[in-house]
Write a new protein. Structure first.
Length: 339
C-alpha cells in the first residue's frame, strides 16, 4: 500500500525504545495493511509480538463504545444533546450540565476526591457525583474521564444494563468485533500494560484506576481490543450506511464539525478534530488512549489509521511518547495525501 514514511516513523518509536512494540493498520478504501514491530513484553521476560494480541485501549473505549451507544440513543430519540444530565442523575444536582457538555468535554466538572483510586465503587460513585462545575463550564474544552463515566451511567439508566454490557451487545457483537472484550479470558493473549507498585504486572486487567474500581459500570475505559477488530470499527465509521443499526449514518456524517457550545474548541461529539489537506482541506477525527493507542479517521478520503502500543510499560509516565505520537500522526496525515 505504501506509507513508507509513516512506517519508518513507527519503527523509530520501537528502535528508540519509546515503546516496546507497535501493532498498526493503514486503511485506504478497501485496502488494509496491518503489521507489528518490536516485542509484546520486556519484563519479566521478552515475548514475541503476535497478530491478534489484545491491547488495553483505555480511552478509545469512549469513542468505540460509549459514544457509539449514545449516538444510537440520539438517533432513536431516547436522548437529546440538550437534556440536562440531572434527568437521569439527580444526585448530581446541577441542571446546567447537558449531554452535549459531557460528550464534548465542556462540562467544567472539577474537584478533588481524597484517596480516589483506593475507594470502593459505591464511594467513588458518590464522590464523582459530588464534584462541582468550575469556571471552564460551557466555555472551554477540558478533557476529563468523568464526562464519559457520567455518560455511561446515563446509558445504564436508559437501557437497564451496565454500560459495558450495552457496548458489547450494541456495538462489539453487531460489528463482528469478536476479539474485543472487557473481560479477557487469557492474560497471556493480552499485551502487558504496566508494572505498578501495589499491583505488580498489569496484564489482562484494566489499567485505568476508575475502570478498575467501577468495573462494568465504567464507560470511559476498560475495553481490550485487537488491530483487526479496530479495523472493522474504522471501516464501519467510513461506511456507516452498511451498519446503520449500529452507527447512525446521519450522525456519523455530521461528526466532522465542532459540536462544542462555542463551536471553536476543536472537538466533535467524542472525537478530537484535526485537518487533512487532501483531496481538499477538511476535518479529520482522532482519539487517543493513555496506554498508547489512537485512531485517526478520515471519512472524506476514505482512509484511517489504527495504532496500538503499551507506552506506559514497563516504565511510566513516558512523557516523550506524547510529542512523538503527535509527530507520527502528522507524518501520516501528510503522507496519506500522496498515497
Amino acid at each position: 500500500m505504501g506509507y513508507p514514511q509513516t512506517k519508518a516513523a513507527l519503527q523509530r518509536l520501537v528502535t528508540e525504545h519509546v515503546v516496546p512494540g507497535v501493532s498498526y493498520a493503514l486503511i485506504d478504501g478497501d485496502r488494509v495493511e496491518t503489521g507489528q514491530m518490536g516485542v509484546a513484553a520486556l519484563v519479566p521476560q521478552r515475548e514475541v509480538l503476535r497478530p491478534e494480541m489484545q491491547y488495553d485501549v483505555a480511552s478509545l473505549t469512549k469513542v468505540v463504545g460509549t459514544l457509539s451507544v449514545t449516538l444510537q440513543l440520539l438517533a432513536q430519540g431516547r436522548l437529546s444533546l440538550e437534556d440536562p444530565i440531572t434527568r437521569w442523575l439527580p444526585e448530581w444536582g446541577d441542571a446546567r450540565v447537558t449531554v452535549r457538555h459531557l460528550l464534548t468535554h465542556t462540562s467544567g466538572i472539577t474537584g478533588y476526591i481524597p484517596n480516589r483510586n483506593k475507594l470502593p465503587a459505591d464511594a467513588l460513585k458518590t464522590g464523582l457525583l459530588g464534584l462541582h462545575v468550575g469556571p471552564t463550564f460551557n466555555r472551554q474544552m477540558v478533557y476529563a474521564d468523568v464526562n464519559y463515566v457520567f455518560m455511561g451511567w446515563i446509558i445504564e439508566k436508559i437501557l437497564g444494563m451496565s454500560i459495558q454490557a450495552a457496548i458489547t451487545q450494541r456495538v462489539l457483537e453487531p460489528l463482528g468485533m469478536r476479539h474485543s472484550t472487557f473481560t479477557p479470558s487469557d492474560p497471556l493473549q493480552c499485551i502487558p500494560t504496566a508494572v505498578e507498585p501495589g499491583r505488580g504486572l498489569v496484564r489482562g486487567i484494566v489499567h485505568d484506576p476508575k475502570g478498575w474500581v467501577l468495573t462494568r459500570h465504567c464507560g470511559s475505559a476498560g475495553l481490550f481490543s485487537t488491530v483487526d477488530d479496530l479495523v472493522l470499527f474504522c471501516q464501519a465509521y467510513l461506511h456507516p450506511e452498511a451498519v446503520a443499526g449500529v452507527l447512525p449514518p446521519v450522525l456519523i456524517h455530521d461528526l466532522l464539525r465542532d459540536w462544542t457550545p462555542t463551536g471553536q474548541a476543536g472537538r466533535s461529539l467524542g472525537w478530537a478534530l484535526t485537518t487533512s489537506a487532501w483531496p481538499q482541506p477538511h476535518r479529520v477525527l482522532w482519539h487517543s488512549g493513555f496506554t498508547g493507542t489512537y485512531l485517526v479517521l478520515d471519512p472524506v478520503a476514505d482512509q484511517a489509521m489504527v495504532f496500538l502500543s503499551n507506552r506506559v510499560y514497563p516504565v511510566a509516565p513516558n512523557e516523550p511518547y506524547l510529542d512523538q505520537r503527535n509527530a507520527v500522526i502528522g507524518t501520516y496525515l501528510a503522507e496519506k495525501t500522496r498515497s
